[in-house]
Design a binder for this molecule. Structure first.
Ligand code: HEC
Length: 128
């Protein structure tokens, strides 16, 4: 168990330096999207909508720089231009942690699985 946590931490920290050569990582399933992210963020930050930048799934900001974890937190709490702010009652501190972790994991996953789309683009677009 501890080893697994260590491995995940190491993988997260090393992300960007180690990835190309490290074929030894065990888990190959895409990271699971936190419920709050699906509920509050996807509607704007998805391909085909792109009201919000989709670079967040690669941890790249719209300016092309690496997206810093603190920037994700600040944007979520305080909003920025058209990006709304989310209160603690909407996105709890724990949930915000989960969002940050998720975005890092997706970015890492997309490095080894470039075609992976966290939110598949639907054809036909019918509203429900
Ligand atoms: C109403 C649409 C909308 C929703 C909902 C939304 N965002 Fe955004 N988001 C935006 C827009 C628009 C921007 C770009 C703001 C700017 O830089 O002018 C943005 C920017 C960001 C950025 C910075 C990206 C960059 O390239 O600088 C992050 C990180 C982010 N959003 C995360 C989230 C998270 C996490 C959630 C859910 C809790 C969320 N957003 C919900 C519209 C939205």
């Amino acid at each position: 168990m501890n080893r697994k946590i260590l491995l995940i931490t190491a993988a997260t920290l090393a992300f960007g330096m180690l990835l190309p050569g490290s074929g030894a990582r065990a888990q190959d399933a895409p990271p699971k999207m936190p419920y709050v992210f699906a509920m509050y963020c996807v509607m704007c930050h998805k391909e085909g909508v792109q009201i919000g930048p989709t670079g967040i799934f690669d941890m790249i900001s719209k300016s092309g720089n690496p997206l810093h974890e603190q920037y994700i937190r600040n944007n979520t709490r305080f909003g920025f231009n058209a990006m709304p702010a989310f209160r603690v009652s909407e996105v709890s501190p724990k949930e915000l942690n989960a969002i940050v972790t998720y975005l890092k994991e997706v970015a890492a996953y997309r490095k080894t699985h470039p075609g992976y789309k966290p939110v598949p683009v639907k054809e036909g677009g019918g509203k429900k």
